[in-house]
Design a protein around this ligand. Structure first.
Ligand SMILES: CC(C)(COP(=O)(O)OP(=O)(O)OC[C@H]1O[C@@H](n2cnc3c(N)ncnc32)[C@H](O)[C@@H]1OP(=O)(O)O)[C@@H](O)C(=O)NCCC(=O)NCCS
Length: 178
């Protein structure tokens, strides 16, 4: 793990916490009680909403990502903490070099419903952007959908260029880091 990933990141009362087992339990509790499963995990299992498969994926994902961007998983996740309360999660993932020579990272985040609309997403993205810059990445990407007004507004507010693919409802956001 690089020093920039290790150092505690904070602006105001928003802080990124490494995901240890205690933080993971708090994150899972928040996800189950204050977020929709589709906002937090891929579609998994035979039933809609939260199910055993999604909960297993959630635990496995955060445990693997705890090893950091330079691990085989090439991912790092944090809990977003506000005034000491776990409010959501944000992540970074290596995406290789596309186009060649452009080091690119992907980000994604979710907050508990009761923490949305208070500038917390903006601060969390600002913190993760600083981590991305510290890795030498030149582009930070995020994927969202045409219907996700909040995510698009957040990403635009962070300076992203948004583009649809003209076929699906997928929207790709690119933030140039230098
Ligand atoms: C997307 C999400 C992280 C935004 O976080 P947030 O803390 O609510 O956003 P903020 O309060 O920091 O607002 C950031 C900007 O987006 C705007 N915004 C936030 N929610 C909005 C909404 N529902 N409709 C329109 N604009 C919205 C704010 O006005 C602000 O704009 P500004 O900087 O120009 O003033 C949050 O809504 C969420 O967790 N959603 C579910 C998961 C998800 O969709 N994740 C995105 C994956 S990329």
């Amino acid at each position: 793990m690089s020093p920039s990933e290790q150092s505690p990141s904070r602006t105001g009362n928003v802080e990124l916490l490494d995901v240890n087992e205690e933080v993971l339990a708090a994150l899972l509790n928040l996800a189950l009680t204050d977020a929709i499963a589709d906002e937090v995990t891929p579609p998994l299992g035979a039933t809609s909403g939260w199910n055993d498969e999604r909960i297993s994926w959630f635990r496995d994902y955060h445990r693997a990502a705890a090893a950091g961007l330079n691990s085989p998983a090439g991912q790092k996740s944090w809990a977003v903490s506000v005034g000491g309360r776990v409010a959501g999660s944000i992540r970074l993932k290596r995406t290789g070099t596309t186009p060649p020579g452009v080091a690119s990272l992907e980000t994604g985040l979710w907050l508990g419903r009761s923490f949305r609309g208070r500038g917390i997403g903006r601060e969390a993205l600002r913190l993760v952007r600083a981590v991305a810059v510290g890795t030498g990445a030149t582009v930070l990407q995020a994927e969202t959908t045409a219907g996700n007004t909040a995510a698009q507004a957040l990403l635009r507010s962070a300076g992203a260029e948004l583009a649809g693919d003209g076929v699906s409802r997928a929207v790709t956001a690119r933030i140039h880091l230098r």
